[in-house]
Design a binder for this molecule. Structure first.
Ligand SMILES: *[C@@H]1O[C@H](CO)[C@@H](O)[C@H](O)[C@H]1NC(C)=O
Ligand SMILES: *[C@@H]1O[C@H](CO)[C@@H](O)[C@H](O)[C@H]1NC(C)=O
Ligand SMILES: *[C@@H]1O[C@H](CO)[C@@H](O)[C@H](O)[C@H]1NC(C)=O
Ligand SMILES: *[C@@H]1O[C@H](CO)[C@@H](O)[C@H](O)[C@H]1NC(C)=O
Length: 648
């Protein structure tokens, strides 16, 4: 691993030797200043990005009041626009970044978030919704849910078939970490059942149209298809690692890869974002940049069949997409060709009048950092007829060919691309809110933040772009499976129907730290092992396996009424009001009308609950929706906790 800083400064012999030559020294000096400005921005923004991202995750996130444990809100914005929902795609991409960060450096609190996310997704898979339900898998294609995990039943662009694929990829990422650290049985018993449903969905429905990532186009989306291919390949490999198999993955993956090739248009010279649709658009869309970065596998080099970030197809498309915004946004006017600009979704966009998005501008940078990494590790840059225009815009004298890292041309191209990439991050720095908040969009005319504030996906995009710039790349997905890159000669419209099963995950074992390999593998045979680990210690304190949670609710009652608590676990009656737990009014006063009681819950347990009032005649009055959520920390030494509520 190396930082990209090194090459530019390694080229500092070059830097010093050109100081005497005014024609190039200016550009080089600007480059060093830009690099410093971007270094500074990243150093400040990184902390803000991770904090704000975590704020948007329930139930403890600072902007996530009322959000169920593990669910990611798209944004705290509740009106104009109302993004206070959880989207399967956004949540998967956010946790993809979280898992990557966690795998790169162990962090127990991130691990708790990941566990809560997996628990929440297992539950979400079972929620019947307008797309369908789990019985035939159709419900998995639903785009968004309420923040309490219930179905969103109004009209929407559905189904969206990228969600299950992306969620599988994210969960596979965490499973690989578990396996690598000796916790294979946790991956097998708790995570795999969730992944398996999503893979089954992909294999069954990949060849049907659906709505794209922007929720507008009903057709076939490059972004969706490329994620589906990766999910099937990576899913098959994980299945083998876990001692099982995914035969649908093996049967269907080659066909998805075959279909993926059809998005590349040799006559247009770029990747078409959407096909199987006739909507009059140019099909130029940041969809293809996002598809490429989320399919990055450093071991695949610049493979074009999988549209790797440094492939000629992906670089050609990068140029076409970025250029499509040059002349249409006022804030991009007067910027020379080949210089970075603000990047939106697609040129015909009219949402909020069509503006640049932070996450697309960061994706444009990330693709280039990915490319730099591969060039640097492979020791050469190849310019083809397909990618020539991309390179010529940055280095006008370049011609098609392969340039070894020892050559001057390599250094020139490398530095130009690095500068170009930094320039996109610099746009984000320039147009971010002054306190570091990243909204969804920034105004095409004056650059001010627009639409939903503190978009979770914007922060995730920042974190991965910053990691790539520092030379931190994700684990690959292709492994040694030839089907990862080998395109069948003929494409078939096949699919494979599968069966779906409810994945029940209520808690993860505690103490699954990176030390796993030094002890034993397969320590846990069942998830219930959680409760038998009371004496395990990590750090300096004895870990508890159960926590006595004291629930207190303020509710004015009349004589004869009793306040009880009911919820989705046995201890709370499984929503059966006759089995609800009565609270005590021993502390009740007219100025502080509180009812309270303690309930023992397991570490890591996530519950939903509500308070009810039971009247003398036995009739029940429920609190208003939504359900309340509470999660016990997945690890810790405190054996008691309190939750204070006000009747809703
Ligand atoms: C850790 O253990 C697993 C399972 O035994 C093994 O596959 C993996 O290679 C080990 N990882 C390291 C870093 O030793
Ligand atoms: C289904 O697959 C066939 C063969 O690749 C392809 O021609 C067709 O466009 C696909 N349709 C959809 C909706 O994916
Ligand atoms: C999406 O397009 C398909 C045809 O490809 C059509 O059958 C389906 O009804 C469309 N869905 C919506 C919601 O318009
Ligand atoms: C930045 O300020 C806005 C109010 O303008 C606020 O909503 C947001 O939380 C702040 N962001 C940070 C990172 O402090």
């Amino acid at each position: 691993m190396y930082g990209f800083t090194s090459l530019l400064l390694l080229g500092s012999c070059a830097f010093q030797s050109v100081l005497g030559r005014p024609d190039v020294s200016r550009a080089r000096r600007d480059g060093v200043l830009l690099q410093r400005a971007v270094n500074d921005f990243i150093a400040t923004e990184e902390k803000i990005a991770i904090e704000q991202l975590l704020c948007n995750i329930g139930s403890g996130g600072c902007n996530s009041q009322g959000v169920s444990s593990g669910l990611v809100i798209a944004s705290p914005s509740k009106s104009e626009p109302d993004y206070f929902y959880t989207w399967t795609r956004d949540a998967a991409l956010v946790f993809k970044a979280v898992v990557e960060r966690f795998a790169n450096e162990y962090d127990g609190s991130l691990q708790t978030e990941i566990a809560n996310y997996i628990i929440s997704q297992a539950k979400l898979q079972t929620v019947s919704n307008p797309s369908g339900d789990l019985s035939d898998g159709r419900g998995l294609g639903e785009a968004k849910y309420h923040v309490d995990g219930s179905a969103f039943t109004d009209g929407w662009g559905r189904p969206q078939r990228d969600g299950p694929a992306l969620r599988a990829i994210t969960l596979i990422g965490y499973s690989k970490w578990l396996v690598a650290n000796g916790y294979t049985s946790t991956a097998t018993s708790l995570v795999w059942p969730v992944i398996r449903n999503d893979l089954t969905y992909v294999a069954q429905y990949w060849n049907q149209t659906g709505f794209d990532l922007w929720e507008e186009v009903n057709g076939s989306s490059f972004f969706t298809t490329i994620a589906q291919h990766r999910a099937l390949i990576e899913g098959s490999a994980l299945a083998k690692t876990l001692g099982t198999s995914c035969s649908a993955c093996d049967a269907i993956a080659p066909q998805v890869l075959c279909f993926l090739q059809t998005f590349w248009s040799p006559s247009s010279g770029y990747t078409l974002a959407n096909t199987n649709v006739n909507n009059g658009r140019s099909a130029k869309d940041a969809n293809v940049i996002l598809g490429s970065i989320h399919n990055f596998d450093p071991s695949l080099g610049c493979d074009a069949a999988t549209f790797q970030p440094c492939s000629d197809r992906a670089l050609a498309s990068h140029k076409v997409v970025v250029d499509s915004f040059r002349s249409i946004y006022t804030i991009n006017s007067g910027i020379a060709a080949g210089s970075p600009v603000a990047v939106g979704r697609y040129p015909e966009d009219t949402y909020y009048n069509g503006n640049p998005w932070y996450l697309n501008t960061l994706a444009a940078a990330e693709q280039l950092y990915d490319a730099l990494y591969v060039w640097q590790s492979s020791g050469s840059i190849t310019v083809t007829a397909t990618s020539l225009a991309f390179f010529k815009a940055l280095v006008p004298s370049v011609t098609a060919g392969t340039y070894a890292s020892s050559s001057d041309t390599y250094t020139t191209i490398y530095n130009a691309v690095f500068l170009y990439a930094d320039g996109f991050v610099d746009k984000v720095s320039q147009y971010a809110q002054t306190n570091g908040s990243l909204a969804e969009q920034y105004d095409r005319n004056n650059g001010s933040p627009l639409s939903a504030r503190d978009l979770t996906w914007s922060y995730a995009s920042f974190l991965t772009a910053a990691a790539r710039r520092a030379g931190v790349v994700p684990a690959g997905w292709a492994g040694t499976n030839p089907a990862a890159t080998s395109v069948p000669g003929t494409c078939f419209a096949t699919s494979q129907a599968g069966s779906y099963t409810t994945a029940t995950v209520t808690a993860f074992p505690t103490g699954q730290t990176p030390s796993g390999n030094q002890t034993t593998t397969n320590t846990f045979t069942t998830p219930t092992a959680t409760t038998s680990r009371a004496s395990t210690t990590t750090g300096s304190c004895p870990q508890v396996s159960a926590v006595s949670v004291s629930f207190t609710v303020k509710k004015v009652t009349t004589y004869g009424q009793t306040v009880k608590i009911v919820g989705n676990v046995d201890k709370l009656g499984n929503w059966d009001t006759s089995k609800a737990v009565a609270l005590s009014a021993s502390q009740y006063t007219s100025s502080n009308p509180v009812w309270s009681g303690s309930i023992s819950l397991s570490t890591g347990q996530a519950i939903q609950y509500k308070y009810i009032v039971v009247n003398t005649d036995g009739s029940v009055t429920w609190e208003a929706d939504p359900n309340r959520a509470y999660s016990v920390a997945a690890s810790g030494c405190e054996s008691t906790a309190t939750k204070t509520d006000v009747w809703q």
